[in-house]
Write a protein that binds this ligand. Structure first.
Ligand code: AMP
Ligand code: MG
Length: 417
């Protein structure tokens, strides 16, 4: 099919893909498995944290007014009526002149209103101590509910779960939690030249590395990859495998979308009732990217070249997976970096340049990772980020600021050298 209309731009294509996408339905999972997932329910505290007034220190539970005049030269003597380790409750009441030896976290006994930490006491014997300084009521006490009160809304649906959230949910005795489901993403490689990884490789074959890089990208984005293997360049093989792939939340096919003699992928889409939304973008690499839709399901026909495949995934499918997972931050963090070299291109395309990043005198610098051909997988391996050289711009001079998407979040932690 000939298309004469102007190819779609980068941002417009992204918008078409991402608009109207809602998170997938919720699933209840074990708290231990929730790291990195997104809450699909509001969490209301069913209990106080801490559950009771307790000691913040190892020391002695006291009545503050008993110690009003205590000092180094004027110690106040108290009778130790018992020991209270964490996990024990004191049955009686602390009366005037009495104290209970208390460990951090143990509930404050009735009658006591402060803790005299060990450091301001002196032991005469196991049964008697001296307090050497006064304490205010409430000193070294943790109040019931001071962290969380029963009935508080502590976490909202849409919160991304980190170790701190897991700790809080655990403290609230929430053994399972409702989170948004992970999108299942099918991956079908196509091409007569392809051989699976790990088998003896004929001389005229290349290995289907895209099956692996894409599966890893799906996992990293928070999806569940489903490998549909390699379809030969014939309509029936592609059709039967892709019809299975369409049961996933997102289907990806790799290669066979150019204008070559054996590029049947788009034809098969149509046969399977997949409507083609766009099939040419003004981007490089990734120009022949195809978006198809069947009902609400999205199908991506990625170009076969390894870098094109990875970049198209990065720019279009990764944010989609994250949005479907309920994540609010769907894009890579971006920085402005100074170009380490002058760059030139036509105004017709947005170009994604793979860059190595470094810091100098408090500023980011980005340098391309050598040859940028769409088959040069090592340009991705060396990359810390992707520089966006936008449409309608023909030059970037050395030292100009440019947008760079960070492929490694930890880069934000590097310092000048
Ligand atoms: P095509 O889009 O079918 O014209 O393929 C473009 C280029 O990508 C060719 O050089 C293919 O050999 C290469 N290619 C296609 N599929 C894969 C794959 N699964 N893994 C690695 N390279 C591939
Ligand atoms: Mg091919």
């Amino acid at each position: 099919m000939k298309t004469t209309q102007k190819p779609l731009g980068f941002e417009e294509a992204r918008q078409i893909i991402l608009e109207k996408i809602n998170p997938l339905g919720p699933e209840k999972i074990n708290l231990m498995e929730t790291l990195g997932r997104v809450l699909a329910e509001d969490i209301i505290a069913g209990r106080n944290l801490p559950p009771w007034d307790n000691s913040a220190m190892d020391g002695f539970a006291v009545r503050a007014r008993d110690l009003e005049n205590a000092g180094g030269k004027n110690p106040v003597e108290l009778k130790v009526i018992g020991d209270l380790p964490a996990g024990k409750q004191w049955k009686g009441k602390v009366a005037a002149g009495e104290t209970v030896r208390i460990m951090t976290g143990a509930p404050i006994p009735a009658g006591a209103d402060a803790v005299a930490r060990v450091e301001i006491t002196r032991e005469i014997n196991r049964g008697r101590i001296q307090a050497l300084a006064p304490v205010q009521p409430g000193t070294d006490l943790r109040r019931a509910g001071e962290d969380v009160s029963a009935g508080d809304m502590v976490l909202k649906a849409g919160t991304k779960i980190r170790p701190a959230e897991i700790g809080l949910l655990a403290a609230l005795n929430q053994a399972s939690v409702s989170v948004y489901r992970k999108p299942r993403v099918s991956i079908l490689a196509t091409g007569d030249e392809l051989s699976p990884v790990g088998k003896t490789v004929r001389k005229d074959r290349i290995i289907s590395s895209n099956s692996y890089s894409l599966a890893a990208q799906v996992t990293e984005a928070g999806g569940i990859p489903q490998n549909l293997g390699i379809a030969r360049d014939n309509r029936e093989d592609i059709r039967s495998r892709l019809s299975r792939g369409l049961q996933a939340d997102i289907a990806i096919t790799s290669a066979g979308v150019s204008v070559g003699e054996y590029d049947f992928v788009k034809e098969v889409y149509r046969k399977l009732g997949v409507k083609i939304v766009f099939q040419r973008l003004s981007i490089r690499p990734g120009q022949p990217l195809v978006l198809g839709r069947k009902n609400k399901k999205m199908v991506f026909g990625l170009p076969g070249n390894p870098v094109s495949s990875m970049i198209c995934f990065e720019e279009f499918i990764r944010p989609l997976i994250r949005k479907m997972s309920g994540d609010r931050n769907i894009h890579r963090p971006e920085i402005l970096a100074r170009a380490g070299e002058s760059l030139e291109k036509s105004a017709r395309h947005t170009i994604f340049l793979r860059c190595r990043l470094y810091r100098r005198k408090g500023e980011w610098w980005a340098e391309t990772t050598g040859p940028q051909g769409s088959g040069i997988l090592s340009s991705m391996v060396k990359a810390d980020g992707i520089m966006i050289f936008p449409e309608n711009q023909e030059r970037i001079e050395k030292g100009d600021l440019a947008r760079v998407q960070l492929l490694r979040d930890e880069m934000l932690g590097i310092v000048d050298y």
